[in-house]
Design a protein around this ligand. Structure first.
Ligand code: ARG
Length: 451
């Protein structure tokens, strides 16, 4: 193990088993960029507070920014023997700035550092994720627009229900994704960056000295820059022991994953030989090692399957947090892997689903065959009678009997004679009825939808 951030009161070396068991460097090195930004801000706070002279602050900043540059150039190599990323960066700074680096830890605890870095990491990643969601929304919208005249059978209980526009079907997923993006954006806004909690009790530095704009240190954050200001710590005990934001993110990501899993399930079903509604591009399918004819929708199956992981990650952090007494406990280190894993899964899903949607082809001829099913128009027949003065419930029962008759005697309603129809209701006029079995007439008769 490399140098630690603690050790003075220990009479013995840490058992190597403990070092291996307790370290988090193998996954928390993802926080390097955010930890470094936090350290640069902390240098400024220490300078304002008089703990660092200007020249000392400049020297520390020089060291920190050279490590920061290596992180941004993907050249940062964490020492796998470090306890965690915060320790690793401190050690790297010592190698550059010598003994002065020890002053960086003035009025600072990893408890606050880890909360700050994780929050900042979440804010950066949420911004990227919102772009990913928006790009998938655009791809779905484009597909809806390309196929805007196409009508498909709509389903409830996986049974033919009523005809609907394919564009409306696809837009249903757009609505879900828009809600997802609103959720992500609200979480982003709710995450308040703070510093000054110390280990749990605060620090001797005046709260006002902590008011710094993180945006001044980070890459260009555009319109969101104001969201990256450092706020005063309202409650230092809460600041070091709050992981609500992690749980909220894991929940929001679970919901994105759930929506994408439902979309995947629809497309899987639609791509089967039995349905044949949709062709998934060869580039987004995989084959079988044994059956040469197979073209499988593995991408969609993985998206469906990953929902389980996303839920698992949420439940894992919820469970990890539920029994923790205030304030920081080491259990909380275990929020990182589920958090990073869920971010990674959803980022990957958004990209691959975008490509898949962009190349998706709908099989008009096959869909039109299904639209011939008279069952899809049974509700329109009910409205037909209602428009002629029948009570809805009576008309519903009557059309139900008509459908049963048609099925029992294998005679299409369209093919029934007017006198056959009149046996059910004298309101029926054959030439009017025949016109109702038209998908376009059916969808256009629905006026309650804002178009
Ligand atoms: N790697 C640790 C974490 O992620 C750092 C905090 C350690 N703090 C402590 N008091 N032992 O939670």
């Amino acid at each position: 193990m490399t140098k630690k951030l603690w050790g003075g009161r220990f009479g013995k070396k840490t058992d190597p088993l403990v070092e291996e068991f307790a370290k988090s460097i193998q996954y928390d090195s993802k926080l390097a960029e955010c930890d470094l930004l936090g350290s640069m801000i902390h240098v400024e706070i220490l300078r304002r507070a008089g703990y660092l002279k200007n020249a000392e602050a400049a020297k520390l900043n020089k060291g920190l920014s050279s490590i920061y540059k290596s992180v941004m150039a993907c050249a940062y190599k964490p020492d796998s023997a470090s306890e965690d990323v915060h320790t690793d960066i401190q050690n790297k700074l010592e190698a550059k700035a010598g003994a002065l680096a020890s002053k960086l830890h003035t009025a600072r605890s990893r408890n606050d550092q880890v909360a700050f870095s994780t929050k900042l990491y979440c804010k950066f990643t949420l911004l990227e994720l919102e772009i990913g969601v928006a790009e998938l929304i655009s791809a779905i919208n484009e597909s809806a627009e390309k196929n805007k005249a196409m009508i498909i059978p709509g389903f409830t209980h996986m049974q033919h229900a009523q005809p609907v526009y394919l564009k409306d079907y696809l837009s249903a997923y757009v609505e879900m994704l828009k809600r997802d993006n609103r959720r992500l954006s609200n979480i982003f806004k709710n995450i308040k960056l703070t510093m000054g909690a110390g280990a749990l009790a605060g620090t001797p530095i005046d709260a006002a000295k902590y008011l710094i704009k993180a945006s001044g240190y980070a890459k260009d954050l555009g319109a969101s820059a104001g969201e990256f200001n450092i706020n005063m710590t309202a409650n230092s005990l809460d600041a070091v022991s709050d992981r609500d934001f992690v749980i909220e993110i894991l929940n929001a990501l679970s919901m994105v994953g759930m929506h994408l899993a439902r979309f995947s399930e629809d497309l899987i079903i639609w791509s089967t030989k039995e349905f044949g509604f949709v062709d998934i591009d060869d580039a987004f399918c995989t084959g079988s090692s044994l059956m040469p004819q197979k073209k499988n929708a593995d991408v969609l199956e993985l998206v469906r399957g990953y929902a389980g992981r996303l839920y698992g990650n949420l439940v894992s952090v919820l469970t990890m947090m539920k029994g923790l007494p205030l304030t920081y406990n080491r259990d909380m280190q275990l929020d990182k892997e589920p958090l990073f894993n869920s971010f990674e899964i959803v980022e990957g899903e958004l990209k691959v689903m975008k490509g898949l949607v962009e190349t998706l082809k709908f099989n008009k001829a096959r869909i039109e065959e299904e639209l011939k099913d008279e069952a899809l128009y049974a509700t329109d027949l009910v409205y037909y009678l209602v428009n002629k003065g029948a009570a809805f419930k009576d008309a519903h029962g009557l059309i139900g009997r008509l459908v049963k008759y048609s099925l029992d005697y294998a005679i299409a309603i369209k093919d029934m004679t007017e006198s056959d129809l009149k046996k059910f209701s004298d309101k029926f006029i054959k030439r009017e009825i025949v016109r109702l079995f038209d998908p376009k007439v059916s969808v256009e008769s629905k006026k309650s939808i804002k178009r």
